[in-house]
Design a protein around this ligand. Structure first.
Ligand code: G3H
Ligand code: ZN
Length: 285
């Protein structure tokens, strides 16, 4: 069934567990995330990023409606989230397109401007009954930019600043920069668990990890134990999809029916989703 992101995150926070959120680009992504969550017997969040909407020539509804239909028919609770929104025009389409939540990303702006823009977005979102996530500090690697130097101070979220940011903006959850970076194709990120501990102590909203595809299993388990409640994955699915399609077409260069190679790609994504959800549910050693 279709549920709200707020429900899933609140439930995960109460259980000191985490909900996995996956970025969807194609119908096959949607089907694979739902099938993978069903196989793992866990709820899941389907996310559409502003970049994915851009890829759809700015049209959000075809993918959003497919996601709503898949969620309604799913055997597990599925929520819909609009991810990394910078455009106010897109932000204002959130509820009408069937999303219960949005991540408003003004993290590229200096603190005061990030706060002012995020507070406006939060006021608007709450008036619509939407759950809103924002980001402070910068998780690097967005829009094809190189990953930030893991040791650059501006890359990390400062606990005292984060506390003030959440209080003054009124957001429901915060994406924190603790060492992960977007679009990594190797799982070599090292998280700053000491910083995560200080952030969790300073904040009373759920914390969100972005760029989780580059984070090794053990680090993910430790992050959930340390207070990460929503864990965002995108690249991991694309590695699975593209790898399987490439392998299929290399073995069968004469194939033309997309159902053949998309089936292989979709199956690989199902496996990735199930594996990730099971990893997040593992108890910390
Ligand atoms: O918001 C989306 C996630 O942060 C995805 O990051 O593609 O590096 O896993 P990723
Ligand atoms: Zn992200």
């Amino acid at each position: 069934p279709l549920v709200t992101t707020g429900e899933l995150v609140t439930r995960a926070a109460a259980a000191r567990s985490a909900v996995a959120a996956f970025n969807i680009i194609t119908l096959e992504h949607i089907e694979a995330v739902v099938a993978g969550a069903e196989a793992a017997g866990a709820p899941v969040v389907l996310q559409v990023s502003q970049n994915a909407v851009k890829f759809r020539h700015g049209r959000m509804l075809p993918l959003a409606r497919a996601a709503v239909a898949a969620a309604e028919q799913a055997a597990v609770p599925v929520a819909l989230h609009l991810d990394h929104v910078q455009s106010d025009v897109l932000l204002r389409q959130t509820a009408d397109a069937g999303f219960s939540s949005v991540m408003y990303d003004a993290s590229r702006l200096p603190y005061a401007e990030n706060l002012a823009a995020t507070r406006n977005a939060a006021d608007w979102a709450h008036a619509q009954g939407l759950w809103i996530e924002a980001e402070l500090g910068q998780v690097g690697g967005k829009h094809g930019r190189p990953p930030l130097d893991a040791h650059a101070s501006g890359a990390r979220t400062d606990p005292a600043e984060a506390r003030a940011f959440v209080a003054d903006s009124g957001v429901d959850a915060l994406a924190v920069a603790i060492g992960s970076s977007h679009a990594m194709t190797t799982r070599t990120a090292t998280l700053d668990h000491g910083l995560l501990e200080r952030l969790a102590a300073a904040l009373d909203v759920p914390l969100v990890l972005h760029g989780s595809s580059g984070v090794p299993d053990g680090e993910l388990v430790a992050a959930v134990a340390g207070g990460i409640t929503k864990v965002n994955f995108g690249t991991a699915l694309n590695i699975a999809l593209t790898g399987a399609v490439r392998e299929f077409l290399t073995a069968r260069p004469e194939a033309v029916d997309p159902r053949l190679y998309l089936s292989a790609g979709r199956e690989a994504m199902v496996g990735a989703v199930t594996g990730i959800i099971r990893t997040l549910a593992r108890p910390a050693p």
